[in-house]
Write a protein that binds this ligand. Structure first.
Ligand code: PEP
Ligand code: MG
Length: 886
């Protein structure tokens, strides 16, 4: 018999922490906490397998009902209340819990088990009528919204109207009788909206809620979140049913959330927020401003609200004890939820806390220094992609800034952009290349696409654990949350901070590290790469086997990459050096010439410029290998298009404008990506490659002479499909190299190799290797040609493929392991057959993608090469890949 239901509680747990795939993160950790004898209200988890079963069969497994009944029975026994009992009712919460946390994606129902009869029982038992009826109306509202699909503003409007009628301002002014009256209104709303009365049968309530949680796994918000985070749909969610504890039974009650260390900075400070006399989601909803947990953070944030340390010292000490136990057990920073019911602490959740990259680094490094974890574990604790957050600029401390307001420093980094007020607009404007700051009262899961598109996020309500703060930290977007002084008026498209009015489209800057909001664009400075960053990177470098090079052709990029730890240049795209405005005329002249002779003249003008380019790179790279790819332009990118350009070329060449146009037209190709590019150009116009090789070796000799540095150029021939192409161009390279070296009386050590970027090259790699000292996989072209999908046009249909689940990931971003990855593997094997010591690398975009780097490790490549800003990401990803490979 399959076990569909796992119990947890003070009497022990069926589940464990490592069962998160089956029990979801929340369920697995509730079970684990209960086993650690932490105060967890009893409950049970319905497994993710039930969700998958239900999606597949459209029904629950036959024996589920029986297992739920038994689990519920043992909860009743433990707390001494009965589900549906009018005298002594058990109330439960129903919450979702997927294998990985999906903040805000799934729904929660609290106070389930209340109806017209049990509410009276609750009133008697708690000796608090007001609390009982308040709980019931909350339940109707949540159940109505989440399970029955009644829009929640219907209930809120009714409440507001009721308050207006009575002249009340605050909810706390409503009496038990007021709630009683409102409950009748709420029930009427449900009846009017759904056609059915509010369900009084508690079992019906339970099963409907379970169904709604499973259903919410397939809602649009959840689907979008999964797509953005690559979470497979098959995983499903679990459902947790747990005995209710109440944080809203009076002033000796509270509810709160906390991180065992500061999730923004990583400092070893207990960091959290709580609300006295409040229930469930009140803290994250951002409606009331939460109070600080500790005196330390109250002082730090200059809050005038009292801390829990001050107002509930005993509970606070208990919570500190829980914090210590959890950290020493999980050996990681935890994000916890708790409730205090009449002075007693209950734990409702723990999970590894989301944190900024800065905090992740600090926590990992601190935990190694404290002997809690080892260096290898520390290296695995930091998500490579998140390092991006640290590599980007922060505000220039010397810049003038016009601070108009401030909020909480919810996610670090500085960002400038134009103000937009809706997620859709953020997305639309960002698509047109505009940098935007999404400004909202608060965000919800419906805003995720806009948050993703924005440079930064500003909210006027909510705390450090509000939706905006949590999601922005996860995405690495700067965020200032809870800027309470600012009023947003979406209708008029304005935003007001005291007497300053800003409009949609105005530019602002936010600093998610300080919480400041500034008018206009404020200059930024480059990040600091020492401290914890350098320490962790040092550990990663000791572990990794793959070398990390960079794709760079400009001195600026090369310098940045060296600063980030690049160990050489893996791809210098020389065609990018041809685009400079002072060269383009000479380049066009060369392309438009109709004879070798006609090409030589402009080439002679280009030669010294190329030589200087290479010399600069060699100087910056100081003896590190520099892979220079000979020209590989899709020709059309260089042709003159505009009339003015035609006229300019006519003057330069002495041809008429019509003749220039005719030659340009002759050179136009139907499929430039598959046209006269790469080594085909070198084969047909050898004088171009001769010039480039000459420039490389002259530069190498020159730099070696002036600096005494060894310079090790690696000459790379692009787009080879046939071994004879490479043979011929290698001979050309060796010949010109020998001539230059002889002239300078110097020997330069160099390699000649090829890019492997066509399927035929993979299949014939054993032949190609006869002429190649190295292969560098050009997986951009290899993906294009393996799929037969144009790199330039894929964006118009691949997203739809992803939506429809035909492909899981964009193969131009993450190497497709079954097709392109298999071709790489095969080419590596065949290349090594001919030349066992052949050097192997990758220089397609995949060289900076952590999942693709793992594949590179498996194939046993020597290095990956990626754009400068991805170098640290690649270093860390390579270390993780090495650890995974064992
Ligand atoms: C490639 O094809 O993967 C590559 C690196 O070359 P390019 O992107 O310049 O075609
Ligand atoms: Mg290519």
């Amino acid at each position: 018999m399959t076990k569909w239901v796992y119990s947890f509680g003070p009497n022990g747990s069926d589940g464990r922490e490592d069962m998160r795939q089956l029990l979801g993160g929340k369920g697995a950790n509730l079970a684990e906490m209960a086993s650690l004898h932490l105060p967890v209200p009893p409950g049970f988890t319905i497994t993710t397998e039930v969700c998958a079963y239900q999606i597949k069969h459209g029904a629950y497994p036959d024996d589920l009902m029986q297992q739920v009944r038994e689990a519920l029975k043992s909860v009743e026994n433990e707390v001494g209340h009965s589900f549906g009992d009018p005298e002594n009712p058990l109330l439960v919460s129903v919450r979702s819990g997927a294998p990985v946390s999906m903040p805000g994606m799934m729904d929660t129902v609290l106070n389930l088990g209340l109806n017209d009869e049990t509410v009276a029982g609750l009133a008697r038992k708690s000796e608090d009528e007001r609390f009982a009826f308040d709980s019931y109306r909350r339940f109707i509202q949540m159940f109505g919204d989440v399970v029955l699909g009644v829009e929640h503003h219907r209930f809120e409007d009714a409440l507001e109207q009721y308050k207006d009628g009575k002249g009340y301002i605050l909810d706390t002014e409503l009496t038990a009788d007021d709630w009683r009256e409102l409950i009748e209104e709420y029930k009427a709303i449900v009846k009017a909206d759904t056609g059915n009365p509010f369900p009084q049968d508690v079992h019906e309530q339970l099963w409907d809620s379970v169904g709604a949680v499973f259903g919410s796994w397939m809602n649009q918000r959840a689907k979008t979140y999964r797509r953005l985070h690559n979470i497979p749909e098959e995983w499903g969610t679990a459902v947790n049913v747990q005995a209710m504890v109440f944080g809203n039974m009076g002033e000796d009650c509270a509810t709160g959330v906390a991180f065992t260390r500061d999730p923004s900075t990583g400092d070893n400070d207990f960091y959290g927020e709580f609300l006295p006399n409040a229930q469930g989601e009140d803290v994250v909803a951002g409606i009331r401003t939460p109070q600080p947990l500790t005196e330390h953070s109250r002082e730090k944030n200059e809050s005038d609200l009292p801390s829990m340390e001050q107002t509930m010292p005993e509970v606070y000490l208990q919570l500190c004890d829980v914090r210590a136990k959890l950290e020493s057990h999980y050996l990681d920073m935890q994000d916890i939820e708790f409730t205090v019911q009449r002075g007693t602490l209950y734990m409702l959740q723990t999970r590894n806390g989301k944190r900024t990259a800065k905090a992740a680094l600090k926590i990992a490094v601190d935990m190694v220094h404290d002997g809690l974890i080892g260096q290898e574990q520390a290296v695995q604790r930091v998500t490579p992609g998140s390092l991006d957050q640290l590599l980007h600029p922060t505000l220039d401390p010397d810049a003038e800034k016009d601070v108009i307001s401030r909020g909480l420093p919810a996610s670090p980094g500085a960002a400038s952009g134009t103000i937009v007020f809706t997620a859709d607009e953020a997305e639309q404007r960002a698509e047109q290349g505009e940098k935007v700051i999404l400004c909202r009262a608060e965000t919800s899961p419906e805003d995720i696409h806009g948050m993703h598109a924005a440079e930064g996020i500003l909210t006027t309500r909510g705390g450090m654990t509000s939706h905006a703060a949590v999601v922005a930290r996860g995405m690495g977007r700067p965020c200032v949350a809870g800027a309470g002084e600012i009023r947003i008026d979406t209708k008029s498209g304005t935003m007001r901070a005291r007497d300053i009015e800003l409009k949609a489209g105005d530019t602002i800057t936010i600093d998610g590290g300080s919480g400041e909001i500034m008018r206009g664009r404020v200059p930024t400075v480059e990040p600091e790469l020492s401290g914890d960053f350098a320490t962790l990177m040092g550990w990663a470098d000791k572990i990794r086997q793959l070398a990390v090079r960079t794709n760079a052709e400009t001195p600026n990029d090369a310098r940045t990459a060296v600063k980030f730890g690049a160990e050489g240049i893996g791809l210098c795209r020389t065609e990018h050096m041809f685009f400079e405005s002072d060269r383009i005329v000479a380049v066009r002249e060369m392309i438009l010439a109709d004879s070798a002779e006609g090409r030589r003249k402009p080439l002679e003008r280009i030669l010294p410029m190329q030589r200087d380019d290479f010399a600069q790179l060699f100087r910056i790279m100081r003896g590190l290998p520099v892979t220079i790819r000979l020209l590989d332009p899709p020709l059309h990118e260089f042709l003159p298009h505009e009339d003015s350009e035609m006229a300019e070329m006519a003057e330069a060449t002495g041809l008429t404008v019509d003749e220039v146009r005719a030659r340009a037209n002759r050179l136009r190709e139907t499929n430039p990506m598959l046209g006269h590019r790469g080594c085909r150009l070198g084969v047909t116009y050898p004088e171009i490659y001769e010039m480039q090789v000459r420039a490389i070796f002259e530069a190498a000799c020159q730099v070696a002479e002036e600096a005494g540095e060894t310079v090790e150029p690696e000459i790379m021939i692009p787009l080879v499909a046939i071994d004879r192409e490479l043979k011929q161009l290698r001979e050309l390279t060796d010949r010109v190299a020998a001539e230059v070296m002889e002239k300078h009386g110097r020997t330069v050590n160099y390699l000649v190799g090829t890019m492997i970027e066509l399927p035929r090259a993979c299949m014939t790699a054993n032949h190609i290797a006869q002429h190649a000292d190295f292969f560098s996989f050009g997986t951009n072209d290899l993906t294009q040609t393996a799929y037969g999908i144009s790199r330039d046009d894929s964006a118009s249909f691949l997203p739809s493929y992803e939506h429809q689940g035909i492909i899981e990931r964009d193969p131009f971003i993450t190497m497709d392991p079954d097709g392109v990855g298999a071709l790489v593997q095969l080419a590596a094997e065949r290349g090594r057959q001919t030349r066992p010591d052949i050097k192997l690398g990758i220089c397609g975009e995949h060289g900076g993608d952590p999942d693709s780097i793992r594949q590179c490790q498996e194939v046993g490549l020597n290095y990956v090469s990626c754009s400068p800003f991805r170098v640290p990401i690649a270093r860390l990803a390579a270390a993780q890949a090495a650890l995974k490979a064992g």
